[in-house]
Design a protein around this ligand. Structure first.
Ligand SMILES: *Cc1c(COP(=O)(O)O)cnc(C)c1O
Length: 387
């Protein structure tokens, strides 16, 4: 399975000569001066002494030092200007608001369920019109761009692990005056940089890998375009979906170990995916790192690694998949992903999950435990599930 797990990002220097695995540690620190703090504090002030300087924070719904430290770090990783939000969905809402009234948004038919639900909700209220496409089918997506305002991309998708041809789609969208937003939650900027591939805006659920400890809900939107940045910032200030300073601080603290966590989780995910593909209780494994996965070639072309999420389809349908979820002792049955602890979930348990997701699909979020313990636990549950 190539490319090798993750070291590409380690060897890619930034203009200052630092790789991204260094930037997760070094970015977003206070200026170095004698006796200065080495990390940012938690700034709890709700207001600021009046200032006539342009760009002054003024009030804590407008700006906060702890958010700004996190934003500096995220911006250094993704290669753009970052704005933090109260949740991934707050960032996604702000990005969808970039669509003009009545504008057509091209939306994947399989992606994070709440993003799809929000697009539907905005369509019902007349704010946007939704055009649904299968993201993996590049030519169908391009055909759908005519007359559209926004293209919404998620890659790899949650939970089907479909891989979109990001650069090609962004080019086609730009040619037609369509804005492209990419949800980069599954890959993180260590494995994929959509702004470099031509995306206008990147959004993240910081809740997941970036914060990494299942103890904070937070989001971010990033762009290189000053005008778009100002509009996203205005959405945040007007709607008030701002992060709490403590949440921003926790996320930055979690981010410091992203390279280590991801390297470990991703290596284990590769091992587990290969073994699961041979397991008699598993009908299908979805993981772009597997050489016969439909997204493998695309992932090799645009990613520095395949990530730490694996989806499996369990033989015996929904009931057997439920038994797998109920049968583990180490893996925790829970929604969400990207934390240090391994989680699994039969996605169709959620009423909002789109019908494109098979009933028997179980999503695995591989954590940093010992891979042999993870395998033994999963194997036992799979065997039991077959009755
Ligand atoms: C979890 C998730 C979101 C939503 O983020 P929240 O922080 O839960 O609001 C968006 N996109 C993807 C791909 C996700 O996995």
């Amino acid at each position: 399975m190539s490319p090798p797990p993750y070291p590409d990002a380690v060897s890619t220097p930034d203009p200052a000569g630092w790789s991204r695995s260094t930037r997760v540690v070094a970015a977003g620190r206070p200026p170095r001066s004698p006796d200065a703090e080495v990390g940012p504090g938690i700034s709890l002030s709700s207001t600021y002494v009046a200032s006539d300087e342009p760009g002054a924070r003024t009030y804590a719904r407008v700006g906060n030092r702890t958010w700004e430290a996190l934003e500096d770090a995220l911006g250094a990783l993704e290669g753009g200007t970052a704005l933090s939000f109260a949740s991934g969905m707050a960032a996604i809402s702000a990005a969808l608001e970039l669509t003009p009234p009545g504008g057509v948004v091209v939306v994947p038919d399989g992606a994070y369920n709440t993003t799809l639900a929000l697009a539907d909700h905005l369509e019902v209220s007349g704010r946007i019109a939704v055009r649904r496409v299968s993201l993996a089918q590049t030519s169908a997506v391009v055909d759908a761009l005519d007359g559209a305002a926004t293209l919404w991309v998620e890659s790899p998708t949650n939970p089907l692990l479909d891989v979109a041809e990001i650069a090609l789609l962004c080019d086609a969208a730009r040619d037609r005056g369509v804005l492209t937003v990419v949800d980069n939650t599954f890959a993180t900027p260590l494995l994929q940089r959509p702004l470099e591939l031509g995306a206008d805006v990147v959004v993240h659920s910081v809740t997941k890998f970036l914060a990494g400890h299942s103890d904070v809900v937070l989001g971010a939107a990033l762009t290189r375009d000053e005008g778009l940045c100002a509009r996203l910032r205005r959405e945040r200030t007007l709607r008030g979906g701002v992060p709490g300073p403590f949440e921003a601080w926790l996320a930055l603290r979690g981010l410091r170990t992203l390279a280590l966590r991801l390297e470990r989780s991703q290596t284990s995910a590769g091992v587990l995916a290969a073994r699961l593909a041979e397991h008699p209780a598993v009908a299908r494994v979805r993981y772009p790192g597997l050489p016969d996965d439909p997204g493998h070639a695309r992932a090799c072309a645009q990613m520095d690694g395949f990530g730490a999420i694996v989806s499996i389809e369990v033989r015996g349908g929904a009931q057997a998949a439920e038994a797998v979820q109920a049968g583990t002792r180490l893996w925790t049955p829970a929604t969400s992903l990207g934390g240090v602890e391994s989680l699994l979930e039969r996605r169709r348990r959620q009423p909002a999950e789109p019908a494109t997701v098979p009933e028997e699909l179980v999503r695995l979020s591989v954590g940093i435990e010992d891979v042999e313990d993870l395998w033994a636990d999963l194997c036992a549950a799979l065997t039991t599930s077959q009755g």
